[in-house]
Design a protein around this ligand. Structure first.
Ligand code: NAP
Length: 263
C-alpha cells in the first residue's frame, strides 16, 4: 500500500534508539523527510547516518531534551528552519523509572509528568499552529498499555500516560476541522533497551532473574512473545499516512493482545 506521505516533513521526538528510531526509519522508508531528536548527540548522529544510508532519504538530527519547554520551542523552530514545516509529529520521550507508589516523592511525579505528559503538550502546542495553517497534519502520541491497563510496578507511567490520552482525545476534536488527525499508540512490551532496563531493575530488586522477568511477561501476552520496534513503527506510519484520513481520536494498542478489556 502506498501510504501517500512521500516528501511530508516528519518530526519524531526521542528517536536515537528504540521505538522512536524504528518510527523515524519507517517514515523515511515511506519517503518522508525526517527530523530526529534526542539528548545524547553521539548516538543521535550515528542514527541519522544509519537511517539516511539505509533509506537514501533526508534525515536531520537535532539535539534536544523534550522535557524542557525552551528546548522544545527551539527544536521546532530549528526543524522549520531546516525542513520548512512539520506535517507529521510523533511525540515520544524516555520512560519514567519503575516502582510502586510508596517508592516515589512528589518531585518524582513532577519529573514524570514533565517527561511523559507535558513534553507531548509542549510539542503539540508548538506544531499545531503550523498544521492548522497548512490544513493538514498528523499527530501521533506515543504512550503505553499502562494508560489503558495500569501496570503494577509502573505507577509514574500509569499516572502520566492516562493524561496524554485525555489530552489527545480533546485536541483531536478541536483539530478535526483543520484536516489534522490526532491519535495515540499504546505499545505493549517491545524489545528495546527500555525493557532490558526493566528486566535489570527486576533482577536488582530481588524479584527473580531477568529470564524470569521475560517469561512472566510472555505468559501474559496472547501472541506469546514481545513485540519488535518495527511492529510499532508500521502502525505509527499507517496513522501518519494519507490512508488513515478518517481515523482520529483513537488510542491504538499494539500489544500482542496483552490488554484484556474490550476498549
Ligand atoms: N519498549 C517498550 O516495551 C515500551 C512499551 C510501552 C511504552 N514505552 C515507552 O515508549 C517510549 C520509548 O521507549 P523505548 O523503549 O524506545 O525507550 P529507549 O529504548 O530507552 O529509547 C529512548 C529514546 O528516547 C530518547 N530520550 C529519552 N529521554 C529523552 C528526552 N528527555 N528528550 C529527548 N529524547 C529523549 C533517548 O535518547 P537520549 O537518552 O540520548 O535522550 C532514546 O533515543 C518510552 O516512554 C517508553 O516508556 C516503551
Amino acid at each position: 500500500m502506498d501510504l501517500g506521505i512521500e516528501n511530508r516533513v516528519a518530526l519524531v521526538a526521542a528517536s536515537s534508539m528504540g521505538l522512536g528510531k524504528a518510527i523515524a526509519s519507517q517514515l523515511s522508508r515511506e519517503g518522508s523527510r525526517v527530523a530526529i531528536c534526542a539528548r545524547g548527540e553521539e548516538r543521535l548522529l550515528k542514527t541519522r547516518d544509519e537511517i539516511a544510508s539505509e533509506t537514501g532519504g533526508q534525515v536531520q538530527a537535532f539535539v534536544a531534551d523534550v522535557a524542557d519547554r525552551n528546548q522544545v520551542s527551539k527544536l521546532v523552530k530549528n526543524v522549520v528552519a531546516e525542513l520548512g514545516t512539520v506535517e507529521i509529529l510523533v511525540c515520544n520521550a524516555g520512560g519514567p523509572p519503575s516502582g510502586m507508589a510508596d517508592e516515589f516523592s512528589l518531585d518524582d511525579y513532577q519529573q514524570a509528568l514533565e517527561l511523559n505528559l507535558l513534553s507531548t503538550v509542549n510539542l503539540c502546542y508548538e506544531v499545531i499552529p503550523l498544521m492548522k495553517k497548512q490544513k493538514w497534519g498528523r499527530i501521533i502520541n506515543m504512550v503505553s498499555i499502562s494508560a489503558k491497563q495500569p501496570i503494577e510496578n509502573l505507577i509514574l507511567s500509569n499516572t502520566a500516560r492516562a493524561g496524554v490520552l485525555g489530552f489527545s482525545k480533546s485536541i483531536s476534536n478541536q483539530l478535526a476541522p483543520y484536516g489534522v488527525t490526532v491519535n495515540s499508540v499504546c505499545p505493549g512490551y517491545i524489545k528495546t533497551e527500555r525493557v532490558e532496563n526493566l528486566a535489570r531493575d527486576f533482577q536488582e530488586k530481588g524479584q527473580g532473574t531477568s529470564k524470569d522477568f521475560y517469561h512472566s511477561i510472555e505468559n501474559t501476552i496472547p501472541l506469546g512473545r514481545l513485540g519488535q520496534p518495527e511492529e510499532i513503527a508500521q502502525a505509527v506510519a499507517f496513522l501518519a499516512s494519507e490512508r488513515a484520513s478518517y481515523i482520529t481520536g483513537v488510542a491504538l494498542q499494539v500489544d500482542g493482545g496483552y490488554i484484556k478489556a474490550l476498549y
